[in-house]
Write a protein that binds this ligand. Structure first.
Ligand SMILES: [Zn+2]
Ligand SMILES: [Zn+2]
Length: 216
């Protein structure tokens, strides 16, 4: 059984504060045995994590991942080790990821307040899963709405911390009935997942934002 945080940003993202090494140490400390580094529009963080864990022989599975900026919002992609261009529609992006053998999940669908619902309908038929718990959310209602819609469209749910610093790792957990990357991808698609988490404390979110501002 994998205890995974499927949404983590490293310093390969322009807004991520911590190194791969620090994030993996945090994940292990928090009892996770699986993590996906999902930097904005680059798989480089994931590739570094895979290499690092292999070199050090650490007891944690890395699912390669990336969070792609589409014209309809953010799309999480798992199981791909090459970049997909940002800026396409979510539908086009999801198709491109699938061609590479990856699995997709719509990230925090209702964060795009005004256009959220419209965007959601445009791609719900092509994505494999929906992020129904995002620990960064200030408004729990967005997660509730994502959960309701995922259920209505029979889409499996996943959770992620959307951590941009090591202290936020592990706030969103997906328990996956799997033991390696390919069985994890299969289980995400089949909904053999269980989602749990708690929201990142507001004090920690503020600290992270201040730190980001300080670093420019
Ligand atoms: Zn996002
Ligand atoms: Zn994110």
């Amino acid at each position: 059984m994998l205890i995974a945080d499927l949404h983590v940003h490293s310093d390969h993202s322009n807004d991520g504060l911590d190194s791969i090494k620090a994030l993996i140490a945090a994940a292990l400390e928090k009892g996770l045995n699986c993590i996906s580094i999902t930097d904005h529009n680059t798989v480089n963080g994931s590739l570094e994590a895979i290499e690092y864990v292999e070199e050090e022989g650490l007891p944690i599975l890395i699912i390669p991942g990336v969070e792609i900026s589409t014209s309809d919002g953010h799309l999480l992609a798992y199981g791909i080790t090459e970049d997909v261009d940002p800026g396409m529609s979510m539908k086009e992006t999801a198709i491109a990821v699938k061609k590479l053998g990856g699995v997709t999940a719509m990230a925090h669908p209702f964060q795009f307040y005004r256009h959220g619902i419209v965007r959601f309908w445009k791609a719900i038929d092509v994505v494999d899963a929906v992020e129904i718990f995002n620990a960064k959310f200030y408004i729990g209602l967005c997660n509730v709405m994502s959960g309701i819609i995922a259920e209505k469209y029979h889409k499996p749910g996943i959770a992620g911390s959307d951590a941009h610093s090591r202290s936020a790792v592990g706030y969103g957990i997906t328990v996956i009935d799997a033991f390696d990357v390919s069985s994890a991808l299969h289980s995400i698609k089949k909904g053999k997942t269980c989602v749990k988490g708690r929201r990142i404390p507001i004090s920690l979110q503020i600290r992270t934002t201040l730190e980001k501002l300080k670093r420019g």
